[in-house]
Ligand binder design. Structure first.
Ligand code: OGA
Ligand code: NI
Length: 333
């Protein structure tokens, strides 16, 4: 079966019932596509280039054509990223009983907390996850932030500040690419009330790597994700009818465009379809920070974009309803 990543496909695909797992929904795509020749690569944008116009255009082009790109010289210190990975790795090395201190309660309607999802069933997640909000301050539930290792909180708070700056810079470029003010997309997501969530994915080695995916195909239901990983590759994206392996670039942060930016931009920026493979011998870990609209914001194409020649492609929907419908595989216009 051939697949395309057109918006029609993404909107009309049928969803299969699975348990909700923020921040993505699983799409029905068969694992039968071959992967990319190693020479092909997603765009790499050097954010330190003094020519801001050029940087902005590169971010816009990558978001239109791929919906995913690496950023290098992004301004977040490698030492901070090393410490972020260190505290997360230490947490996942704790005995199961200690990790349970921040477990997601079984009856929780929310996604926050630690969960263990190691199953062999095809189409399921093969990963342990820790999720917790990191912004705004009023939404933080420290009961889901590990106390062990003790530096976890300090490191995560420092990383949060840096990812906020970086994501606002990227949203600024994307707004300018729409011909709008720098703040337009940030405001469309709820301004200072937009939510940031840290997820830590731990993908242990898997004895059947060809039969299992760490994360099945999905688009992120949020605005953006900023991802750092350990040195084990595994992320793949679907682009022009092929699955592409995303190479590990040690100093980079990988940026993915999610459903909310697709909608706010009236389809200009692409929500990238992606998945994560597992390795027979190596453990992979990743640290996405998700930039998410405030739950009460109405997700809709920014009104300034809508003209007679550019009619709205999406119906307005309140963010929390949008996410609920996406998580439970209900159609969204
Ligand atoms: C996710 C995701 C990518 C990765 O957590 O939604 O797509 O590289 N992660 O682990
Ligand atoms: Ni994702």
């Amino acid at each position: 079966m051939a697949h395309t990543t057109t918006f029609h496909y993404l909107n009309q695909t049928s969803w299969r019932p699975t348990s909700p797992s923020f921040p993505f929904t699983i799409m029905e795509v068969k694992k039968d596509q071959h992967t990319s020749p190693p020479s092909e690569t997603i765009p790499i944008v050097d954010l330190s280039n003094p020519d801001e116009e050029l940087v902005s255009r590169a971010v816009v082009k990558a978001s239109q054509e791929w919906g995913i790109f690496h950023v290098v010289n992004h301004g977040i210190s490698m030492d901070l990223i090393r410490r972020l990975k260190e505290v997360g790795t230490q947490f996942f090395e704790l005995p199961e009983t200690e990790k349970k201190a921040v477990a997601k309660p079984d009856d929780s309607q929310d996604f926050e907390g630690y969960t263990r999802n190691l199953k062999y069933t095809e189409g399921e997640v093969w990963a342990d996850n820790l999720f917790h909000r990191i912004l705004p301050q009023s939404c933080i539930n420290y009961k889901y932030w590990p106390r062990n290792p003790p530096q976890y909180r300090e490191v995560t708070e420092e990383y949060t500040k840096e990812t906020k700056k970086l994501s606002e810079r990227l949203l600024g470029f994307l707004s300018e690419g729409l011909g709008l003010r720098h703040e337009a997309l940030k405001e469309g997501l709820g301004g200072e009330k937009s939510e940031y969530v840290l997820r830590i994915n731990n993908f242990p080695p898997n004895p059947q790597p060809d039969a299992t995916l760490g994360l099945p195909e999905h688009t992120d239901i949020v605005a953006l994700a900023l991802i750092v990983t350990n040195e084990v590759p595994g992320l793949q994206v679907f682009h022009e009818d092929h699955w592409f392996d995303i190479q590990y670039v040690p100093s980079s942060i990988t940026v993915t465009i999610g459903d909310q930016i697709l909608r706010l931009s009236n389809g200009k920026y692409k929500n990238v379809l992606h998945r994560v493979t597992v390795d027979k011998e190596k453990q992979r870990m990743s640290w996405p920070v998700f930039v998410d609209a405030n739950p009460d914001v109405v997700i809709r194409p920014l009104p300034e974009l809508i003209t007679g020649d550019n009619p709205s492609m999406f119906k307005p929907i309140v963010c929390k309803d949008f996410k609920y419908r996406r998580l439970f595989k209900l159609p969204v216009d």
